[in-house]
Design a protein around this ligand. Structure first.
Ligand code: CAA
Length: 283
């Protein structure tokens, strides 16, 4: 079929990054959000990011300008009707995502593929909110999206071969490496990454070391580009907690219990970079 028109639902950091790489890959992109202010903030940050990429010689200033012109603030979901593929990048909550998928199922043409950037939730369950489970798939991008090479591609139980091929082909066109994983809680990436982050939070909670030291141990000792707590702040502590809860509930194993300190930071509104405070303070 060929994917040329994309709608991205959710203009947070993941949605913005996905919109940016889709526009650079030559797609026309509508960016939707329930909050207009978030859409304008996302359009500004994508514009800035594209200009920085051009200044660094990753593409020409003309390519950056053309990509920006392909991006359209999308308003309500009804504008997604003509999309070849919709990527949902809303909050990591099954009820919210199911609501969006059910609405999109009623709005979009019968050929439209419905993809989710969920980082841990079941694609099979998400697909059950639609009448088109064969055309529902997971496309899990990594943060920061313009930099990271991986897209996990997750099939639901009823996802078709054709849908898989379109999603993997689109990820490759975006310059990413698509890797197929099965529909288990947290897939591969967060089944491994998130317990490490949670354990780093426990190390702080139990007073083993302060946050900076935990991060330095992992940076200097294991060559990680950033420590697990700085990474948690980048991902968002609310997202980290939601993923731990999905792992805990999905596997029923106490090894996935979220650290109480992570939970209390989220309750305090310390969500990491996006709120200005997490394990670190941001200017
Ligand atoms: N947008 C575009 N480019 C960006 C960027 C952004 N948001 N952030 C960094 N970059 C670019 C910089 O411009 C720089 O480019 P050049 O090499 O061309 O100069 C390059 O990335 C390196 O950046 P910096 O020099 O500023 O800093 P760094 O070397 O420390 O790299 C980092 C920053 C890429 C974020 C690196 O620290 C890193 O890889 N961290 C780990 C990130 C990671 O693990 N991500 C996965 C998180 S898990 C996830 O996303 C899934 C989930 O479901 C939770």
């Amino acid at each position: 079929m060929g994917i040329n028109n994309i709608s991205v639902v959710g203009a947070g950091q993941m949605g913005s990054g996905i919109a940016q790489v889709a526009a650079l890959a030559g797609c026309r992109v509508l960016l939707h959000d329930t909050d207009d202010a978030r859409i304008s903030a996302a359009m500004d940050s994508i514009g800035r990011s594209l200009m920085i990429g051009a200044a660094k010689g990753r593409y020409s200033p003309e390519e950056a300008a053309t990509a920006l012109a392909r991006l359209v603030p999308g308003g309500g979901l009804s504008a997604a009707a003509d999309a070849d593929l919709v990527i949902e990048a809303a909050t990591e909550n099954m009820a919210v995502k199911k609501g969006i998928f059910a609405a999109l199922d009623g709005i979009c043409g019968e050929g439209t593929i419905l993809a989710s950037n969920t980082s841990s939730l079941s694609l099979t369950e998400l697909a059950s909110a639609t009448e088109r489970p064969e055309q529902v798939i997971g496309m899990h991008f990594m943060n920061p999206v313009p930099v990271m090479k991986l897209v996990e591609i997750i099939r639901g139980l009823r996802t078709s071969e054709e849908t898989y091929a379109e999603a993997a082909g689109l990820a490759a066109r975006m310059g990413k490496t698509p890797l197929e994983v099965r529909d288990f809680p947290g897939f591969v990436s967060n089944r491994i990454l998130m317990p490490m982050i949670n354990e780093a939070v426990y190390a702080v909670y139990e007073g083993v070391a302060k946050a900076e030291t935990v991060d330095d141990v992992m940076r200097l000792g294991m060559n990680h580009p950033m420590g697990p707590l700085a990474l948690a702040d980048l991902i968002g502590l609310d997202t980290c907690l939601a993923i731990m809860e999905t792992l805990h509930e999905g596997f029923g194993d106490s090894k996935y219990r979220p650290c109480p300190l992570l939970r209390s930071y989220v309750h305090a509104g310390w969500l990491g970079r996006k709120s200005g405070r997490g394990f670190y303070a941001y200017g």
